[in-house]
Design a protein around this ligand. Structure first.
Ligand code: PLP
Length: 259
């Protein structure tokens, strides 16, 4: 078979042996929306749910080769990027995106694990901002990632987060979803900022529990909805709903007497 015509999302990211985050989460999420996944692995990590004990980077040429082969083999309708490890991998991924400008690309700018292990080398921030960001349909930073990307302190409130977000948009990014999930308060509010449009606030009740890999899930779900030709705002709303429902399921499971 020359080309698999099922709609696919190409996932570019790292493996997580615990299954809590990374490409395992991406594949589960995309599959739950009814699409298939093809892969370009950027790193192999050794993790439990508490810590990352080893990271093995994949050579940039091998990452680009995986992407090109996945694109040749399948009908790829969106690209989702997560852990990219090094500046050279970021540049290699950007080169393949430049060859495929019509495929919407979603970037979850994974900088570190929740346990604090660095997953993108600090020298790669420049390449991420200048080479990759302008090629993306959407980037999904949390408040810590937003501060790192803009070289600022952690945003103190919504207005501050918006100011930082606008600086990134001015650098050529098309749209930005600022995730407020790790902030405090009874609601979890994200802000969608697109060039030339008013910010859209998307909020959900904050749930008591926590779960790993929510960033991976959200960006993968948005990419899968974009692959289905949903407009950006609808894709983001649907993606948020999917993550909320999964969190709800997990918190109910944790709270159940036989959990
Ligand atoms: N490991 C990999 C390979 C990831 O891609 C990510 C996040 O995208 C993480 C770890 C971090 O996940 P968490 O913040 O849930 O620890």
């Amino acid at each position: 078979m020359a080309l698999n015509r099922d709609p696919h999302v190409l996932v570019v990211g790292g493996s997580d042996s615990s299954g809590g985050a990374g490409i395992a989460r991406d594949i589960e999420t995309i599959s739950s929306i009814g699409l298939r996944t093809c892969l370009a692995v950027t790193a192999v990590t050794v993790q439990t749910h508490q810590s990352v004990t080893a990271v093995h980077h994949i050579q940039p040429g091998l990452v680009a080769d995986q992407m090109r082969a996945a694109l040749r083999a399948n009908k790829v309708l969106a690209i989702k990027m997560g852990m990219l490890s090094t500046a050279h991998v970021v540049e290699a991924v950007a080169a393949v995106l430049r060859e495929n400008p019509r495929i919407p690309a979603v970037l979850d700018p994974v900088l570190a694990s929740s346990s604090g292990r660095q997953l993108l080398e600090p020298e790669a921030l420049g390449a991420l901002k200048h080479d990759l960001m302008p090629l993306c349909r959407l980037m999904t930073p949390n408040l810590v990632e937003l501060a790192m990307l803009t070289g600022s302190d952690l945003a103190s409130d919504d207005d501050d987060a918006l100011r930082q977000g606008r600086r990134l948009l001015a650098g050529g990014l098309q749209a930005l979803l600022i995730k407020g999930g790790h902030a405090v308060g009874p609601r979890s509010t994200d802000i969608l900022l697109s060039g030339g449009q008013e910010p859209v606030r998307l909020d959900m009740p904050r749930l008591a529990g926590s779960m790993r890999g929510t960033g991976c899930m959200l960006a993968s779900a948005i990419a899968a909805y974009l692959a289905g030709a949903k407009p950006l705002e609808d894709s983001v709303r649907e993606g948020k709903r999917l993550v909320f429902e999964e969190l709800l399921r997990c918190t109910q499971h944790e709270a159940s007497p036989d959990a």
